[in-house]
Design a protein around this ligand. Structure first.
Ligand SMILES: C[S@@+](CC[C@H](N)C(=O)[O-])C[C@H]1O[C@@H](n2cnc3c(N)ncnc32)[C@H](O)[C@@H]1O
Length: 405
């Protein structure tokens, strides 16, 4: 729901909150129930809107259709999206359920927390399952939604919300703090490391309450996080979602890679240097959480793999290994990169479609795709990379899940 221009004499956001209240009134609930499951976009949406305006106030229809559209979009993040309330920016910035549940578990033992910049309550509902949480946001619309979404998730009894600038909140009585500062403005994303409130302010919270977790962009440079803090990179399947900086009271490593939904987590440990050799029968493509955490060598030691180049984050083995920290591909062809010979090489292998994976080698992937003109029956991953600093091409295929290592 947009925050409409406020009427004279009203606090900013009051009109938008009144419209949200209307959506939870008798008519609003009936209307939202009618819209459930409908695609409210495109011409179907226009037709539906026209029909509904004959029975409901026009503003209520606009707002309910807006919610229905956002609920449909948010279904990938929240199992209970169909009953939740969102703004577009609030939904986009909200932590996905699987991530917030993992993060909440790291606050185990905290009995009373503050969720600073709680937004529409994505993290709040996960944190409030096991403890009392004070949710703070200066946006009245988000705060209304945070409270409502806590109710939808059955945790309202553990939640108090306060409309305030987070800088003005008294944190006495709170034994842990989570803060998710805004990383965008109305005009778009802020540069990595820039947020409101700023990262420095968020980190200084640890001087008041030792247990602090700060959600950050996954591109946050390691050096931004002071010594003693942990930087955890979180991927859901192979999508790098976010980073969390943990204060020394909660840190157990310098960096960590966590892969959800399995909850696999990896921290660095000292070990022998990883050898560098040419590609073997299998290629391991580490999770982006592993590469961002700088833990590629740890995955190599864990799996007995070697590096195919000193500076490239691909690993290789001769025996099939499976790890949650990397995707394993079978190498069916490997050789120096010769662009002219590539179509013929792929034709001989009966390849009809390729996903191109490029690391350490420049090139226009789209232009290459067009030039290949493949006709075979197999699908493959074409890896453009470097081996001992030479441009290299690997043709790889997925390993069927029933092949055991
Ligand atoms: C990234 S969103 C929070 C998302 C939330 N963790 C979730 O999962 O739904 C950031 C929120 O910070 C709020 N905000 C930004 N600066 C603030 C400040 N100084 N005081 C209070 N709230 C602030 C914005 O209104 C916005 O709702």
């Amino acid at each position: 729901m947009s925050d409409p221009a406020t009427s004279e004499g009203r606090e900013p956001g009051e009109d938008a909150v009144a419209r949200l209240d209307a959506l939870t009134g008798e008519d609003g609930r009936a209307l939202l129930a009618e819209l459930a499951g409908h695609d409210v976009t495109g011409t179907d949406g226009l037709r539906l809107g026209t029909a509904l305006r004959r029975r409901y106030p026009a503003q209520l229809v606009v707002d309910a259709m807006g919610q229905q559209e956002l609920r449909a979009r948010a279904a990938g993040k929240f199992a209970g999206a169909a009953d939740m309330f969102f703004t577009r920016a609030g939904w986009e910035q909200a932590s996905a359920e699987v991530v917030s549940a993992h993060r909440a578990a790291r606050f185990a033992g905290a009995a009373a927390m503050a969720d600073l910049c709680c937004g529409i309550g994505g993290d709040l509902v996960a944190l409030a399952r096991d403890r009392e949480v004070l949710g703070v946001d200066r946006d009245p619309v988000h705060l209304w939604m945070a409270r409502r979404n806590a109710f939808v998730h059955g945790v309202a009894g553990n939640v108090t919300v306060r409309r305030s600038d987070v800088r003005d909140v008294d944190l006495s009585g709170v034994d842990a703090v989570f803060v998710d500062p805004a990383r965008r403005t109305a005009r778009g994303r802020r540069p990595v490391g820039d947020s409101e409130p700023p990262l420095d302010w968020c980190m200084a919270l640890a001087e008041r309450v030792p247990r602090v977790g700060i959600k950050a962009a996954p591109g946050l440079p390691h050096e931004t996080v002071p010594a003693g803090w942990e930087l955890e990179f979180v991927a859901v399947d192979r999508d790098l979602k976010e980073a969390t900086a943990w204060s020394p009271a909660l840190a157990t490593a310098r960096t960590r890679a966590t892969i959800l939904p399995g909850g696999h987590t990896l921290v660095g440990s000292p070990g022998d240097p990883v050898p560098v050799r040419g590609p073997g029968a299998f290629l391991l493509d580490p999770s982006p959480a592993v590469t961002r955490a700088g833990l590629v060598e740890d995955v190599a030691r864990l799996t007995g793999a070697w590096k195919i180049d000193d500076r490239i984050a691909f690993l290789s083995t001769d025996t099939l290994v499976r790890t949650p920290f990397a995707r394993t591909l079978q190498v069916i062809d490997s050789g120096p990169w010769h662009q002219k010979q590539l179509p013929e090489r792929l034709r001989r292998l009966d390849i009809g479609a390729v996903d191109i994976r490029r690391r350490g080698l420049a090139g226009d992937v789209d232009a290459l795709q067009k030039r290949l003109r493949l006709t075979g029956s197999r699908r493959a991953t074409l890896v453009m990379t470097r081996v001992s600093d030479r441009p290299w091409a690997l043709v790889c295929v997925d390993i069927s899940p029933d092949v055991s290592p």
